[in-house]
Design a protein around this ligand. Structure first.
Ligand code: AMP
Ligand code: FE
Ligand code: FE
Ligand code: ZN
Length: 292
């Protein structure tokens, strides 16, 4: 579908939103429907970035093409630093790369065990079984806490995902179990080694910036930039990061992090400039954008 050899030097035209989820992970819509939502919002270039999987790429590419949009294939790779979850967006890597595949296989397998354990724990206090979670998860999808949230909603225990995350699914809850995730440097290197372009997602969220030493190690490992325009980024961390990005001439992106009905985020609420999309494409060697 997407081969590095197909890379005609075609300019990408915006508006571009480089972070959207489908039901191949914790979005609520199939990839084709995500593409329709993006197109309706006026976008012309989009990336599908499901958590720890590339399984939605083919459907997304076909749908984007039929709508006249360009697809930048991507993924949001799970990583962890101490007790903090770190999300590394990867663009235009080789989806067949053995190292990256081994890593995502391991994460997705651990996510199943973890979701089962959390479901068992929750099931001691609430009417909820593993079948309820299975019913909320598309076949083969990367399972996560959002699917547990959807099962809790279906059973009437909470109103929405936000309410589930605030309490039952919160990392501080007795029901919480962590998933296997590589350290951020390993995650960045895995994407870079697969010919992709690693960008830290929502890097200035409530937990604040990652330590400077870790950022330097990630840059050393091939980190290309940061998702500066994202609704979860907060001041003053964001301004500090902007300074770093401009001082080091890093790539800066802006995206919605659309999850269908799973979050209030809407396609195109933040966008990435054509110049930055061009830099991502120029830096990648693993795969190419899919043009209509
Ligand atoms: P997990 O990776 O399974 O621990 O789940 C984390 C995912 O849950 C993230 O990718 C978010 O998309 C989603 N998430 C986190 N907080 C919320 C929230 N308050 N409402 C809806 N989704 C959330
Ligand atoms: Fe998510
Ligand atoms: Fe994320
Ligand atoms: Zn995301």
């Amino acid at each position: 579908m997407v081969h590095a050899g197909d890379r005609a030097a075609r300019a990408v035209v915006g508006p571009s939103d480089l972070h959207l989820h489908s039901d191949h992970s914790d979005g609520t819509e199939p990839p084709a429907q995500v593409m329709v939502a993006a197109h309706t919002a006026g976008l012309r270039t989009v990336a599908l970035t499901d958590h720890d999987t590339t399984s939605g790429w083919a459907e997304a590419a076909e749908a984007a093409g039929s709508l006249g949009m360009t697809l930048v294939p991507g993924m949001e790779l799970s990583a962890r630093y101490e007790h903090r979850s770190v999300h590394v967006l990867g663009y235009l890597f080789d989806p067949e790369d053995a190292g990256l595949r081994a890593l995502t296989d391991r994460i997705r397998t651990s996510r199943i065990t973890r979701a089962r354990t959390m479901a068992d724990r929750i099931g001691r206090d609430y009417d909820l079984t593993w079948d309820d979670i299975v019913a909320q998860t598309a076949e083969g999808a990367t399972v996560g806490r959002p699917h547990l949230a959807d099962a809790l909603i279906a059973r009437g225990h909470v109103r929405d995902r936000g309410e589930a995350f605030a309490d039952i699914l919160h990392p501080g809850s007795d029901y919480y179990v962590s998933l296997y995730a590589p350290d951020p440097v390993t995650a960045v290197a895995a994407i870079a080694d697969a010919g992709g372009v690693p960008i830290i997602a929502h890097p200035a969220g409530r937990a604040g910036l990652l330590p400077r030493k870790l950022v330097e190690a990630m840059l050393e490992a091939g980190l290309a930039g940061f998702e500066l325009e994202h609704r979860e980024n907060e001041e003053p961390a964001l301004s500090r990061l902007r300074s770093l990005v401009s001082a080091r001439d890093l790539i800066a992106t802006g995206s919605s992090d659309y999850h269908g009905r799973g979050k209030p985020n809407v396609p195109g609420e933040n966008t990435t400039t054509d110049a930055m999309v061009a830099r991502i494409i120029a830096r990648a060697s693993g795969s190419a954008p899919v043009h209509p």
